[in-house]
Write a new protein. Sequence first.
Length: 262
Amino acid sequence: MKSEEVIDMKLYIEKDYEQMSKLAAKLIADKVHSKENCVLGLATGSTPIGTYKELIKQYQAGTLSFAKVKTVNLDEYYGLEPEHEQSYAYFMRDNLFNHIDLPQDAFRLPSGTAKNIEEECKDYEKHIEALGGVDLQLLGIGHNGHIGFNEPAASFALYTHQTYLDERTIEANTRFFASKDEVPTQAITMGIGTIMKAGEIILLASGKDKADIIQRLLEGDTVNPMLPASILKLHPHVHVIVDEAAASLLKSCCKSSTCHLH
Ligand code: GLP
């Protein structure tokens, strides 16, 4: 697939992190407004924090309610209790759930401490199915192209599964822990197949350190499990929202009708 065909993945180049976050929040709010009982797939990492702040602002302004929304998260570290400050369950409460009217029983993350992880993974898939599937999935992207914790691999994983983290991911996530040794080496993550079943997907990237992977994703010519996010080229409804720094290595951005640079 050549970069010109990437037009299907609608590319938005926003001026900065704030504008990127505002646009992502707008698309999410539009979905919540347009679909009753909508199911959101949520992500962690630094990138979506600004989006969550914008959603909280809209809730506080009385223009957005999550009372009928259900959410599922992409992933969780293996071995971390939900009360652990670096668990993704804690992150979601801290950055979003504690500040909006999402009911207590309306969100779920994979459990990193379930006695039987294999059962937990199967049950997570069933849970998503019982909800009617994810309407809108939010994604960040790792420096190596991972989405959720689907690391570069020989093949695309279909379902929620337990996985080892790439050395690069452990290094990148060390900034949240006291030392590298404390970063869990495994995680539970939705599979690529789980992600691809979402009705609509927003992928966010911000900052110069994401410019290389964004260039490889959008201008590379293959769908390849060694760059897991490349599968998104086969999804019919993807918004890629990046800031100018993350877009700085793109050559063909003007081919996108939504490009704001030219
Ligand atoms: C983490 C998460 C991903 C996230 C990515 C990028 O390890 N598992 O879901 O998208 O890495 O994180 P950041 O947004 O902090 O760059």
